[in-house]
Design a protein around this ligand. Structure first.
Ligand code: KG4
Ligand code: ZN
Length: 335
């Protein structure tokens, strides 16, 4: 089964062609980040308009790259949510329009299921069941994945998502959006001994997270140093390091708990924050001690992309799922 996947839930236009037998045939991504930077975050109206501009040319490009005739697919999958409703509508209406023209089935899929299964696109991919840590700008969740579509939520953030905390902490340090990679870069030069930030909710049982306290902690540290006239480049790097260490540690502690609690030996880490190098090092060390294994998507499939949507679509369309004639755009949609 060959499927065109379309992702337009936020500020990335992603498209891909996935073939159940041959794997990923082509993928392309256009990031709007440059456009949103000057606003300090994603402006929904601008995002929708840019998806309209980019989507069709990107789709034409991947058919060309894959060397297959335009429209020669068995189905189309698009992100139906969660996300920005205007942005989602662009992908949904394009998918439905093309499906009607090419007379193939179309299916709206869940963005987070895409992230969850993104490591399946790799040669070394996990078998079911596994634990998945989903860490993006909008979500922080621990999920027990028993099979395709059989997801059991073990814990989630009660306030800010991990990526959101990175983005907000970055803003406090006068770093541009998106903050995760910026904090990671600055933290390289930071001294991990200078500040110690809390590891929220690790001192009590359970698998939920809370990152808003870390944000407040960062703000307090920044203000204190600023008032003392000591917020120099080194101090900013030291804060970035303390923040990154605290988030990574907290995520590792909860993943360890989830593995121990379920007895599972495979951990999948996906979503934008899974690109974080320090987090990966810590997780790799933790799983090695338990004779377990961690799986990550390749770098460019950690953040939003069309390949993960094409993959999920191929599985579900093959199982006979499809949309009726109405398109779907669901801004809030639990996994
Ligand atoms: O999955 P994603 O591309 O979009 C959604 O939120 O669905 O994730 C974006 C998030 C942003 O908050 C960004 O700051 C964070 O992932 N991020 C990182 C890194 N790269 C991206 N956070 C920490 N370290 C990174 N290297
Ligand atoms: Zn995402």
């Amino acid at each position: 089964m060959r499927v065109l996947g379309i992702e337009t839930s936020c500020d990335e236009t992603g498209v891909a062609l996935y073939d159940s037998e041959r794997g990923l045939l082509a993928d392309a991504l256009y990031s709007q980040i440059e456009m949103h930077i000057e606003h300090g975050g994603v402006v929904p109206e601008l995002a929708s308009r840019d998806h309209v501009r980019r989507l069709i040319p990107l789709i034409e490009q991947i058919f060309h790259d894959a060397g297959i005739e335009r429209g020669d697919v068995d189905g189309i999958a698009y992100t139906a949510g969660p996300g920005l409703v205007g942005a989602l509508m662009v992908g949904a209406s394009t998918a439905h329009g093309l499906a009607r023209a090419w007379q193939v089935p179309v299916l709206g899929v869940h963005h987070m299921e895409g992230h969850l299964l993104a490591p399946m696109l790799e040669e070394a991919h996990p078998d079911f069941p596994f634990i998945a840590l989903l860490v993006s700008g909008g979500h922080t969740q621990l999920v027990e994945v028993r099979a395709l579509g059989d997801y059991h939520l073990l814990g989630e953030s009660l306030d800010d998502a991990a990526g959101e905390a990175f983005d907000k902490a970055a803003r406090m340090l006068s770093l541009p959006y998106p903050g995760g990679p910026q904090i990671a870069r600055l933290a390289e030069r930071g001294n991990p001994q200078r500040f110690r930030f809390p590891r929220p909710m690790t001192d009590r049982p359970g698998l939920d997270f809370s990152f808003s306290g870390l944000k407040t902690h960062t703000l307090t540290a920044v203000r204190k140093l600023e008032a003392a006239g000591e917020l120099d480049e080194q101090a900013r790097a030291d804060i970035a390091r303390a923040f990154e260490e605290a988030v990574a540690d907290t995520l590792v502690i909860k993943c360890r708990r989830a593995l121990d609690q379920t007895g599972l030996k495979r951990l999948v880490v996906a979503g934008g924050v899974s690109a974080n190098r320090r987090l990966r090092e810590r997780l790799d060390a933790m799983v090695a001690k338990r004779e377990a294994r961690a799986f990550y998507p390749r770098g460019r499939f950690c953040t939003d992309n069309g390949a993960m949507i094409a993959y999920v679509g191929a599985q579900r369309l093959a199982a006979g799922e499809r949309d009726d004639t109405s398109l779907r755009a669901t801004p809030r949609w639990p996994l």
